[in-house]
Design a protein around this ligand. Sequence first.
Ligand code: DP6
Length: 330
Amino acid sequence: MKKQDIIKAILGNRYGKSPVLPSATAFASTNIALCKYWGKRDAELNLPITPSLSISLEQKGTTTEIQVNGLNRITVNGQPIENRSSFGKRLFEYVSLFDPNEPLSFHIQSNIPIGAGLASSASGFASLALALNQLYNWRLTLKELSILARIGSGSACRSLWQGFVEWEAGSNPDGMDSFAKPLPQIWPDLCIGVLMHSHAEKKLSSREAMNRSVKTSPFYSSWPSKVAHDLIQIKQAIQSKDLPLLGQIAESNALAMHALVQSSWPPFSYSLPQTLEAMQKIWSLRQEGLEVYFTQDAGPNLKLIFMEQTLTPLLQVFPHMEVIRPFVGK
Ligand code: DP6
């Protein structure tokens, strides 16, 4: 099944029509997975082997402005980007699936580092799908936009909502049943802390690393049952606002994902010495009675999971930690 067939099926007679606005702008939050998407059953459509569950990071994310100006230009945070760069190719390849003939320009503002394991592709493709929906006045539902964002990058399908979001793996070959849905629970005093260990672009994309894990890690066969178990536990933890359970499962899930990467061939590790040092600190803080846990995506930066009441002692240990309150104002 080709990407364009899915797009034609979703857009119906709107496919191939010209933009109705001169420009459109949309924002999407980035999300971090508490139970990771790691492995595809279809690489063309980004269909996952397992479901996954994330939390959106509120004001952290990407704003994409699209202009119909015949120029085919890209800027990221005001800097021009080469159309032939890997970023440019991926962007133009995606938008040409919808309209191969219209030269569009893209101005992308992101307050998260691109390619450093803070899921920039998630908020990037989600904001792009939202902006395209406005530009062409498609009036798609969030479920349909979730499928379109997923075609750009799997984790992007979860970035259309705030709070906790679950991505159903689905089983249809066309992926029409593989999209995300928000969970109704809110958890006002839950905090996420970002520990930046590096802004550098990752050396191995999550796309390549997960394919390598599926093909070569001797432990990959145990991953789907681990996810099935972790998802049940995480949902239970969210339901009962049980931080030790949420934290334990999210941390264990992240460590298992990284164990898949390290046991693949050729081997790789996303962790830097500072990442491991921070992990050790978190484990000793827990031994001292502080309820703090971490998760790690495809990069060296850790995201800490804790409650508002733990913030002050935590900032003494990690003074540079950026704090995000995903449910503030909800
Ligand atoms: C570790 O969504 O970036 O963040 O579908 O190939 O674009 P593609 O991969 P991507 O992978 C995200 C991996 C992860 C885990 C997660 O977000 O669930």
